[in-house]
Design a protein around this ligand. Structure first.
Ligand code: NAG
Ligand code: NAG
Length: 533
């Protein structure tokens, strides 16, 4: 009997404990759900469309002339990839008279899989658009004769924080009673101060109404309106709707975290006239089989920069040891490839700048890294290329401009041309462009941000600049020159490693590597075709 009572008591105690634990862990506040698909708030687009001002019917009868030279520049829906035909068919013709060639990219896939590929690409693209667009990207028109005064752009709030909305006012329109409504979807309104003669309803809610008989009092009150973001959904925007009788205005408040910088401590003596290259720059390269060339590169670097760090990514089948002071040698699985190696090398860099070189380059007295550092220190450029001198004496900068024409569901058109956009003031040897040669100095964090797509194992270089378009501000200077170890070699003069290297590095146009490249341009970057010269 006693033991039964004891058991009951224990059971009772246990259940009380369980209930207490449950109560303790029970959510004490209800969490509103948030749509993290970054779709603009429901109906916002419709709201905006409805608000687009009605075209003035009397304007339809006024004649106009189209200015072809300008109208032709407006992005049309539908892009065109056309190559140039004809021309001379001589050896080196492409070098001397570069012609534009056009490449449809869907040929990377079999006709049988193309339909499926297109559908999948369209689905991924839709997802991308939803992630990358916010209501701040939508068009808002401030109508003429709207008595409402409000901020049209530049309002920003950190997630779950509060701001004062500046610039609000109601213009003089004779009324007995003035009403002003505020509506938002991701946050609430309130007043930071109360003004006599103004009635505030719905403060602390997503819909707030101000009523007053006295316009000056209402305008005074409008100086104290606050917005608080209440749904945690950073990198989006809230659309605020402002309404008075017969008039309506919309504006957006961006909701985002501040951008956290990645700064590099470059040492104490930055105010000195000379740059300390060892503290600022890491040299990164990728090697494959060519240890003799790599050693020549290292020796030439050491002649001018004895303490600069050199990072080497190596995917040779039988890796050899490369050692020495200020050298980091990373061994990768055999044949991982060109871009994977670049990625690995660049990921290990801890200095502010990274210099990319190929393993068969040779530093000379003209390889003045100080000049490239100076350009990046004094401009907003993120990456600056130099020049590469071939054994023949020919010097190349390989400057490319990239432009993308919007297309419809077939994808966009990618156009690449030799050349550049502008020269750079104060740096007469330098220009602004979009793509450069395999010899460049860049801000390390920007290169890491763009990254090198490891799926590009063999033929790749400009793909990095295509991925970087819009993220990288690129320049090119022709007065910083690195030498290229001789490349033009007769087949019978090649060493065994040269031959194996050539087989891996220069595959034929019909090869898998070219298919992979075109396939990525088609699917990943959503292009339909590619023209270049
Ligand atoms: C303001 O909001 C209130 C309550 O939702 C509504 O009754 C009123 O019609 C609105 N006024 C204007 C001018 O939109
Ligand atoms: C340059 O930077 C390196 C690496 O940070 C440092 O060891 C060296 O003392 C610096 N040289 C000068 C002259 O400041």
């Amino acid at each position: 009997m006693r033991s039964l009572r004891k058991t009951l008591l224990l059971a009772l105690l246990a259940s009380v404990a369980v209930v207490l634990a449950l109560l303790h862990s029970w959510p004490t506040r209800a969490y509103p759900t948030v749509d993290v698909r970054q779709r603009p708030g429901p109906g916002v687009e419709k709201l905006l469309e409805e608000r687009l001002p009605e075209p003035d019917p009397s304007a339809g009868s006024i004649p106009y002339r189209v200015k072809e030279s300008v109208a032709g520049l407006l992005a049309r829906n539908g892009c065109v990839c056309e190559g140039e035909s004809g021309g001379v068919n001589l050896p080196f013709a492409q070098l001397l008279f570069p012609r534009v060639s056009a490449h449809p990219l869907h040929t990377a896939f079999h006709a049988s899989e193309l339909h499926e590929m297109k559908k999948r690409r369209a689905k991924e693209y839709l997802g991308f658009q939803m992630r990358s667009q916010t209501p701040a990207d939508l068009l808002i028109v401030a109508e003429a004769n709207n008595p409402l005064q409000y901020p049209t752009q530049g309002l920003e709030v950190r997630p779950l924080k509060t701001i004062l909305i500046p610039g609000l006012a109601l213009r003089d329109v004779p009324r007995d009673i003035y009403t002003l409504n505020f509506t938002a979807s991701l946050g609430t309104f309130d007043v930071a101060a109360e003004v006599d003669g103004v009635r505030v309803d719905g403060d602390g809610e997503t819909h707030m109404t101000l009523t007053s008989r006295l316009l000056p009092h209402l305008n005074r009150q409008l100086q104290f309106i606050t917005y608080t973001n209440t749904l945690y959904h950073p990198s989006t925007a809230d659309t605020v709707q402002l309404e008075t009788e017969g008039h309506q205005a919309l504006f957006t408040i961006k909701i985002r975290h501040g951008i956290t910088p990645k700064l590099y401590n470059t040492g104490s003596n930055t105010d000195k006239l000379e740059y300390n290259i060892s503290a600022l720059v890491t040299i990164a390269t990728k090697t494959f089989l060519r240890y003799d060339k790599l050693q020549d590169l290292i020796d030439s670097v050491r002649k001018y920069y004895p303490t600069v760090t050199i990072v080497i990514a190596d995917d040779s089948e039988h890796p050899k040891t490369v050692s020495g002071p200020y050298i980091e040698h990373y061994i990768m699985p055999f044949g991982k490839g060109w871009f994977a190696g670049r990625n690995l090398a660049v990921s290990q860099v801890t200095t502010k700048y990274v210099l990319w070189v190929d393993d068969d380059f040779i530093f000379t007295a003209n390889t003045k890294l100080e000049k490239l550092v100076d350009v990046l220190e004094k401009t907003t450029l993120d990456l600056v290329g130099g020049a590469v001198r071939e054994a023949t004496g020919y010097t190349a900068t390989y400057r490319q401009t990239i432009s993308i024409e919007p297309g419809e569901e077939e994808g966009d058109c990618l156009h690449m041309r030799r050349g550049f956009h502008h020269t750079i003031q104060g740096f007469p040897h330098c220009v602004v462009t979009d793509g450069v040669i395999n010899f460049f100095l860049a801000r390390t964090d920007k290169v890491q941000q763009v990254g090198f797509d490891p799926r590009l194992a063999r033929v790749a270089h400009l793909e990095f600049f295509i991925d970087g378009l819009g993220l990288l501000h690129v320049g090119s200077c022709d007065d910083v020159i690195v030498n290229h170890a001789t490349k033009i070699k007769l087949p019978w003069g090649q060493s065994e490693s040269d031959k194996t290297y050539a087989k891996f590095r220069y595959p034929s146009a019909s090869s898998d590597a070219t298919h992979t490249k075109n396939g990525l341009l088609y699917f990943k970057n959503r292009f339909q075709c590619f023209t270049h010269n």
